[in-house]
Design a protein around this ligand. Sequence first.
Ligand code: SF4
Ligand code: SF4
Length: 179
Amino acid sequence: MTDTEIKNRIESLARLDDAAWESLCKCCGVCCMLKHSRHTGTYYTSVACNNLNLGTRRCAVYSTRLNNRVFCARVDLSVVLRTGLLPDSCGYIEYIYGPAPIQIRPDFSKVIHERDMSHATPVSQMESGNSHPRHTTPGPWNHIIDDSLGWRTRAMELRDKYADFGRDILRRIARTTQK
Ligand code: SF4
Ligand code: SF4
């Protein structure tokens, strides 16, 4: 993708109506997994929001998910443009930057719900392959998924590169909606 193509894609994403926006979601369920932020980046865990149906990977409360669930955030353009929140293979990321080099397909048979976290066996540091200090208290950090799955690959650099351009668009949208 050329520089111009990527900028045009960001611009066109900003203009999509709700139906077209929703149609880009691949319903992979990946963004409904708990994330753990550290200074080295955002890491996905094998712990899913309690509202995610682990069989269908669909949200059980989608139409009302933003009413009373602090954890859930609408995936909008600002989320798409922020580095680290969505995987390369997210439909919105692919729309802007092209097909991901690796499709993220977690083994959902190993995914647990947030409510079951304290009973589940943590992913071992060796198995997870990450270099985080081991936490002694239970939490999503005990379930960080092996980053070799490619959560954060190509699009990270690209997302950094176009962050300023994306912010300009978001400011422009905010000004338009205030009028
Ligand atoms: S409430 Fe939000 S995070 Fe939870 S399953 Fe639904 S969309 Fe995903
Ligand atoms: S990661 Fe992207 S494609 Fe997958 S469910 Fe979330 S918004 Fe949809």
